[in-house]
Design a protein around this ligand. Structure first.
Ligand code: GDP
Length: 425
């Protein structure tokens, strides 16, 4: 059975924690899109880990962890992360990298930095991990598929020359930098090839067999619906689809095999980078939520940037769950809200004097104002509770109110960052 764990919001919903918890019953965990530009935080018996590239199943030795073809593979970061977890006592995980996955090259990261510098204040708030230049190249058919790292040197040199003609013009003319050192690039390609060689495989064939054998496979999404390049807050989006549907493409499996789609929703909102965020809050109210949020505050796992904070947004989340095709919602960080007397929940947007519950395109979103309902808080610590019935009444009311608004069953509740802080409903 294939299950997807994906984000319904702006990312950082706690997908890593949910995947790590569901991995107890899984045989395979796959990353199917995105790159090292966002991180998952996982807290378990080995400690606290910020993972950017490796799948969240790496703490379970039984599990095959897969980097699917849809991922932007940053090989030095992958290797550093693997070494980092092993250094901290985690036994070496099983890992497979798709031979059809494409590789982030050093010049992708350079282009990202150059473009952010050129745009200055008007930038997209990129993490400068090379993601947009990487995906641009992939679709312009000048990317480097893992399989191509294993070509003869003559073929690699030919491709380097073809790619560099264009890149060098941009580098020298637009960004006033040196052209690409082609010999150094060849060496990098050799180094990358040698480092990943033991892990490369035909992922789609492996998964086809695993599905036939009835194995449990988890597709692990990065970021969330609102960062999807088609359905998100374009252009403040990421460069690969964040939707569960893309899991079929980014892993190489039939779409009808994805039987369960768990859309992870945060019990409040947070976002990183620029872009529309209707229920955003500011000042002391935001600082307090940021300080108390997540596990040790809401700061980016990759960049350490303070996250933008807001109240739960039913309009964005209902849309987020619908586009994911959610069969279930995992509702996370609920314990964080225990300090509030009242908890505002955004239930509609007002655009040009008209209220709507439908999430609009970005040009209208810019004009949207949040319409709030205030729900009573529960004013206690709910960590350690294991049964839904044992949650305070106001807490259950908060969950059930949101469930009715988003129209999707909340079947998993996360009431703490640790592996066992979970309530199944
Ligand atoms: P992801 O990218 O979706 O995996 O999310 P992040 O890891 O970036 O952000 C989630 C943060 O919340 C991490 O610091 C987690 O350890 C933490 N976290 C996840 N679930 C819970 C929860 O239920 N309660 C609390 N307090 N923190 C949580």
């Amino acid at each position: 059975m294939v299950k997807a764990v994906v984000g319904a919001n702006w990312g950082d919903e706690g997908k890593g924690k949910i995947t790590d918890t569901l991995a107890d019953q899984a045989d395979v965990v796959i990353r199917f899109q995105g790159g090292a530009n966002a991180g998952h935080t996982i807290v378990n018996s080995y400690g606290k880990f910020a993972l950017h590239t490796v799948p969240s199943g790496v703490f379970h030795q039984r599990i095959m962890n897969i980097i699917g073809n849809g991922v932007a593979l940053n090989i030095p970061i992958l290797m550093k992360e693997l070494a980092g977890i092993e250094e901290r006592g985690v036994p070496a995980p099983q890992l497979m990298i798709s031979d059809r996955c494409q590789v982030v090259m050093p010049y992708h990261i350079l282009f990202d930095a150059c473009e952010e510098e050129r745009l200055a204040g008007k930038s997209f708030g990129s993490t400068q991990s090379g993601i947009a230049p990487f995906y641009s190249d992939k679709y312009a058919k000048v990317g480097w598929q893992v399989s191509e790292l294993f070509m003869d040197d003559s073929e690699i040199r030919e491709k380097i020359d073809r790619v560099c003609v264009q890149k060098d013009i941009l580098l020298t003319q637009l960004y006033h930098r040196d052209p690409i050192d082609r010999e150094a690039l060849l060496e990098t390609i050799h180094e990358y090839r040698d480092r990943i060689a033991p892990y490369v495989g035909d992922v789609s064939a492996y998964l086809g067999k695993a599905i036939a054998e009835g194995k449990t496979i988890l597709l692990e999404g990065q970021l969330g619906t609102l960062k999807d390049p088609d359905h998100g807050i374009y252009p403040m989006v990421t460069s690969s689809s964040t939707l569960a549907a893309f899991g079929a493409i980014g892993a190489g499996i039939p779409p009808y095999e994805i039987k369960q789609i768990i859309a992870v929703n945060k019990a409040y909102s947070s976002a990183v980078g620029a872009g529309e965020f209707v229920s955003e809050i500011f000042g002391e109210e935001a600082d307090e939520l940021r300080r108390r949020g997540g596990d040790g505050g809401e700061y980016g796992a990759t960049t350490g940037r303070p996250r933008r904070m807001g109240w739960y947004d039913c309009v964005a989340s209902r849309y987020g769950c619908r586009l994911q095709g959610a069969t279930d919602v995992a509702f996370t960080v609920l314990d964080v809200l225990g300090y509030l007397d009242v908890i505002p929940v955004c239930v509609a947007y007002e655009i040009d004097g008209v209220q709507t519950k439908d999430f609009p395109v970005t040009s209208l979103l810019k004009k949207a104002k949040p319409v709030y309902v205030n729900l009573p808080g529960w004013k206690c610590d709910i960590r350690g509770i294991r049964k839904y019935e044992d949650l305070p009444e106001n807490c259950r009311n908060y969950i059930e109110f949101i469930e009715a608004e988003i129209g999707c069953p909340i079947t998993i509740i996360s009431n703490g960052p640790e592996h066992h802080d979970i309530i199944y409903r």
